[in-house]
Design a protein around this ligand. Structure first.
Ligand code: MG
Length: 465
């Protein structure tokens, strides 16, 4: 590899996004790139170390995985291949098998032409930014510690799915689920949750119907991201067949969303709220970790149970790390990814979906009733176009000006607190030329006013530059 190929399609010095590397297969994600990633990670870990690897259902999965494996082995690292598995299962296996690191070959909910690589530390959490930089430096400086023929790493296959399934079941009130026998429609979107989630739900006594539950890297059933637009079939089927609940996963099964018995999509911060309410109720309190952009219903629910909420910047990695640091019981974001640190140090869509089934069974009411009993708030969102090069300056001015509007929280973007339950947040997108504003309040009118205040603040700054 040399000359033009050196950095592949990557800008010098930066490979990793919020969690791993993602790109189009054949463009950014080439066999050379994957091989070099394997050699870079292996050189970072060192000869004699052990790595777990697993991939999602994408067509390119084996190509990417085998190149990474080859790179790892060339540095003297032993590799345990767990096959096609949800991201949370690879994270679980890394810790469970006592490995020194892990690799997830996945592009989560991206279209089928994408793939990606996530690197894990021994705990199963994603690498810290500091360690990612070390791997990046190896990559860009071609600093590889290749070993001689007699020390090349070895490759073995292991299945951890049965162990993971057993551990998920230990986290569930199986007796209550068996009593209620809820009728659940599962839509894994042809992703890695296709077999495992229906299997677990059947084994704990649910009546299960599936759609899009054949693993298929073309994602023929629906686009992989579990958005309301992509789940119209699931919504319709849930209400038509008279199911108690619908659950959908994204491609790598680290996120789950719910559809109530009327076929209505339930927002991710509300399902997260249900889980917080349930767990804190059982434990009589506890620490919850979430991001500054998540609904304050989480605070309200935690308060009811004498619990505490710690807020971080946006991103599941930050939330996971904080959970470990403070010994929190559960963490999550507004997008349907819930972290149960007692099982996996990362978002787990399989356990999230199973927990929602448990909550439904324990409460003995319809899912819409259970969701309806959560605190009510109104939320509004708007995107404002902002050229990439202006984002930094705009956000600095927004922060200065917002000072007079309320109490500021600047952990991530600019959050303006008007009162305990009234706020808005302004954040620059990491991937698109836009700035997002998001408001929340107890009344619809107030939430709209707050959104307008935030949006006009950004627009006035943009015009003044
Ligand atoms: Mg995902």
């Amino acid at each position: 590899m040399g000359g033009d190929h050196e950095g592949g399609g990557w800008p010098m010095g930066k490979l990793f996004g919020t969690f791993g590397v993602r790109g189009v297969v054949g463009k950014e994600i080439t066999p050379e790139f994957c091989l070099k990633m394997g050699m870079s990670f292996g050189s970072f870990l060192g000869c004699g170390k052990k790595v777990v690897i697993g991939s999602d259902t994408r067509v390119s999965g084996e190509m990417v995985k085998n190149a990474v494996v080859s790179g790892l082995m060339s540095t003297g690292v032993d590799v345990i291949d767990i096959g096609v598995a949800p991201t949370p299962v690879v994270q679980f296996a890394t810790r469970h098998l006592g490995a020194d690191g892990g690799v997830v070959v996945t592009a989560s909910h991206n279209p089928p032409e994408y793939n990606g690589i996530k690197l894990l530390e021994a705990s199963g959490m994603g690498l810290t930014r500091e360690n990612e930089e070390k791997v990046e430096n190896n990559y860009f400086e071609n600093r590889f510690s290749l070993v001689g023929w007699d020390r090349v790493g070895c490759l073995s296959q292991r299945s951890v799915l049965p162990t993971y399934v057993a551990r998920v079941k230990e986290h569930l009130d199986v007796e209550k689920i068996r009593e209620r026998q809820p009728f659940v429609v599962v839509d894994p979107g042809n992703g890695t949750g296709s077999h495992i989630l229906p299997q677990i739900l059947r084994e704990v006594g649910c009546r299960v119907m599936t759609i899009n539950a054949q693993p298929d890297g073309f994602f023929p059933g629906r686009p992989s991201e579990p958005t309301p637009q992509n789940l119209v079939n699931l919504c319709r089927i849930v209400s038509e067949v008279g199911a108690d609940l619908g659950v959908a996963l994204d491609g790598d099964a680290d996120r789950a969303v719910a559809i109530d018995e009327n076929g209505s999509y339930v927002q991710g911060d509300r399902t997260f709220g249900l889980i917080v309410d349930h767990l804190l109720g059982q434990l009589g309190g506890g620490v919850v970790v979430t991001t500054v952009a998540t609904s304050h219903i989480i605070d309200e629910i935690a308060l009811r149970h004498g619990g505490r909420v710690i807020k971080t910047a946006v991103g599941d990695l930050v939330v996971s790390r904080k959970l470990v640091e403070v010994g929190g019981v559960v963490g999550g974001e507004e997008n349907g990814g819930v972290i149960f640190p007692s099982l996996v140090l990362g978002r787990d869509g399989v356990l999230t979906a199973a927990k929602l089934v448990e909550i439904l069974s324990v409460r003995g009411k319809s899912f819409s009733r259970v969701v309806g009993e959560l605190p009510r708030t109104y939320q509004f969102k708007e995107k404002i176009f902002c050229p990439e090069e202006k984002k930094g300056e705009v956000m600095r001015f927004v922060s200065d000006k917002a000072n007079s509007f309320g109490e500021l929280v600047t952990i991530d973007g600019v959050k303006v607190l008007k009162g305990e339950w009234e706020w808005y947040i302004i954040r620059a997108s990491g991937t698109e030329p836009i700035i997002r504003c998001f408001s929340e309040a107890k009344s619809e009118k107030r939430a709209r006013e707050l959104l307008e205040e935030g949006v006009s603040l950004v627009k006035s700054v943009l015009e003044s530059l």
